[in-house]
Ligand binder design. Structure first.
Ligand code: SF4
Length: 432
């Protein structure tokens, strides 16, 4: 499987080097967005990908420009000074945090964890894929995103009806509740307790992850979830909790912010998960003129513009669509996401981005009373999302055929329906 690129370790792709810039919580100031736009134009081929971790990838970086790129990003604090620390800043939050009804606003906690991770001792012991998710208990169900650690805000009998964070370990829910006031210190303690388990993976898992560093799913498969929880939360009397139903990630529609009723968060989606540098710059201008000078990247390859005054919404939709080919989430119930595909990735079996654009154009006139999600994945790694979607169009490695799956994620073992590329749009239309 492809390695995990960062800014200090760029991956070679078909269109040049790829740099991933981790954006903790997906929160970007307009100034940072402009710096990214400048970097994409100056050091890369101008293309910016939005990832399923609400991060940014700059494509086509020129080999001779990598030092200058890192320096540029450092000045706006888009990366950390140290390579070992930067690779740990995998922190996701609900993009609506602090804007809508929820139990705990996680925005400050995300910033605090980011700062804490950049001074962590022995960062090299932890996998660069180790992921933290903060879920304040809002409507997005962001803790359904794959994670090592998810902290889900709850308020129940077990917490004495005080809002606390319930710990989930790689999708296994526990009865370990963490106080919002002390959670950052507690996370550091947990990481410390896991230090002796660096390298504690068997060979097959190392092959899959290309790392023997600390990763929760590997430790669960080696030790079992119960024993791991005892290591993580000693003397806490915590147990594993049976989850009643697997929650699904919920892409919100445009909504009035419940905290300030005169404002809205606009949820823009991109069928290709891709922007050109001038489009990101244009969005930065929009939030400076009409919003709060902040953009939020979403895990569904979109961009949320928070705190837009109601009387500017129609204007912004029009501008965003014209400038960035972004559609409003509530214009149609259609959600399309795609990986880099054969255009940009050596593992890709077919062109995903062009197919996504064609699909959007072809399906745009169809009435969709209920949400329809479509995922185009050019191999089974599922870089755009590991979550299930209504329709998955995937070409597995080693196969020369595209297959269509229903209600599946890229790790599905279900047999797909083999399909000719030319028939794809007709087949999807029939299903919808
Ligand atoms: S899912 Fe797409 S981008 Fe990811 S490795 Fe496979 S082909 Fe490449």
């Amino acid at each position: 499987m492809a390695d995990c690129p960062g800014i200090y370790k760029l991956s070679e792709m078909k269109d040049g080097l790829l740099a991933r810039i981790r954006i903790p919580g997906g929160i970007l100031s307009s100034k940072q967005a402009r710096v990214l736009s400048y970097a994409a134009k100056t050091y890369g081929n101008g293309t910016i990908d939005l990832t399923n971790r609400a991060n940014i990838q700059l494509r086509g970086i020129k080999p001779e420009a990598t030092d200058e790129l890192a320096q540029t990003l450092l000045t706006e604090k888009l990366i950390s000074q140290s390579i070992e620390h930067d690779r740990l800043r995998n922190i996701t939050m609900d993009p609506l945090a602090g804007l809508c009804d929820e139990l705990i606003d996680c925005t400050e906690l995300v910033k605090s964890l980011d700062e804490a991770l950049t001074t962590l001792e022995n960062p090299e012991l932890y996998s660069p894929k180790m992921a933290f998710v903060f879920d304040g208990g809002g409507q997005t169900n962001i803790s359904a995103t794959p994670h090592d650690f998810a902290f889900l805000a709850v308020k129940n009998e077990d917490t004495n009806y005080e809002p606390k964070f319930q710990l989930s370990l790689a999708g296994t829910l526990t009865s370990y509740y963490l106080d919002p006031e002390t959670i950052i210190d507690e996370i550091l303690n947990i990481l410390d307790r896991l230090k002796p388990y660096n390298g504690f993976s068997n060979q097959s898992e190392i092959a899959e992850d290309q790392t023997k560093n600390i990763r929760i799913k590997n430790l669960i498969s080696q030790l079992g979830a119960e024993q791991l929880l005892a290591i993580i939360a000693p003397n806490k009397n915590a147990d594993l909790v049976e989850q009643k139903k697997n929650k699904l990630l919920n892409h919100p529609k445009n909504l009035s912010e419940q905290i300030d009723k005169t404002k809205s968060a606009i949820n823009l989606i991109s069928p290709t998960g891709r922007l050109k540098f001038f489009q990101l710059e244009g969005l930065a201008e929009l939030v400076d003129s009409y919003g709060c000078g902040e953009l939020r990247l979403t895990t569904w390859q979109g961009i949320l513009l928070p705190s837009i005054k109601e009387d500017h919404i129609a204007d912004i939709w029009e501008k965003a669509e014209a400038m960035a080919q972004l559609t409003q989430q509530n214009e149609q119930n259609l959600q399309i996401i795609s990986c880099s595909g054969s255009e940009g990735c050596i593992y890709g079996g077919f062109e995903t981005k062009l197919t996504a654009l064609n699909l959007r154009d072809e399906l745009s006139e169809l009435a969709m009373p209920n949400p329809v999600s479509i995922h185009l994945s050019a191999c089974e790694k599922g870089c755009a999302t590991r979550n299930k979607t209504h329709y998955l169009i995937m070409q597995k490695r080693g196969s020369d055929k595209i297959s269509l799956y229903t209600n599946a994620g890229p790790n599905t073992e279900k047999p797909g329906k083999s399909i000719e590329k030319e028939q794809l749009i007709t087949e999807i239309k029939k299903l919808i």
